[in-house]
Unconditional design. Structure first.
Length: 184
């Protein structure tokens, strides 16, 4: 487990990013249900109070983790043309391929827990509506981009539910990409 502390002189300091790194590793190793303030404190080698200094509650910790993942994913989409749904969806597919932490099946429990909170569910819906706003239009290309987006999201849900045991997920994503190329 990574240490969430930096040593400055002789006094260790706790960093929020270091704690998020340790939280990600904990989720990867043991799944979302294992992420508690106590487990994170133990993994980071600090007290529960040290964790709570940065994250007041498990909900705050989970929200910060999901915000971090979303921010990283959105950063991969920044260069996509906003007025071309096909270019955007190609960038979305590339970002999906490059985001293994968001695809790890062990994050499923954490994501379900996150979405149980009505405020988090509202934020997730807003994020998805933002994606659909980038896929507007009545053209055949815009329609194809929307269908491909739904297929990619369907693959994401299947993957977090364990379909990737035989490493078929990437080939299914290749199929979606090939269909997009034929349609556009």
């Amino acid at each position: 487990m990574r240490q969430a502390r930096k040593t400055v002189g002789r006094k260790p300091t706790i960093t929020r990013d270091g704690l998020l790194d340790a939280a990600e590793e904990l989720v990867r190793e043991k799944g979302g249900s294992a992420l508690t303030i106590g487990a994170l404190a133990k993994a980071a080698g600090i007290s529960k109070g040290g964790v709570q200094y940065s994250f007041a509650s498990r909900d705050d910790l989970v929200r910060s983790l999901v915000d971090r993942w979303t921010t990283r994913f959105d950063a991969m989409l920044e260069d996509a043309a906003t007025d071309d749904p096909v270019d955007f969806i190609r960038s979305y597919i590339a970002a999906t391929r490059a985001s293994p932490q968001a695809m790890d099946a062990k994050t499923a429990g954490l994501m379900v827990s996150y979405l149980e909170n009505p405020e988090h569910l509202r934020e997730a819906r807003e994020w998805y509506w933002g994606i659909f706003d980038r896929l507007t239009g009545a053209s055949p290309d815009a329609q194809a981009a929307r269908v491909v987006f739904l297929a990619v999201e369907g693959l994401f849900l299947l993957r977090i539910n364990g379909i990737d045991e035989d490493r078929v997920w990437t080939s299914l994503l290749d199929d979606v990409d090939a269909v997009l190329k034929r349609l556009t």
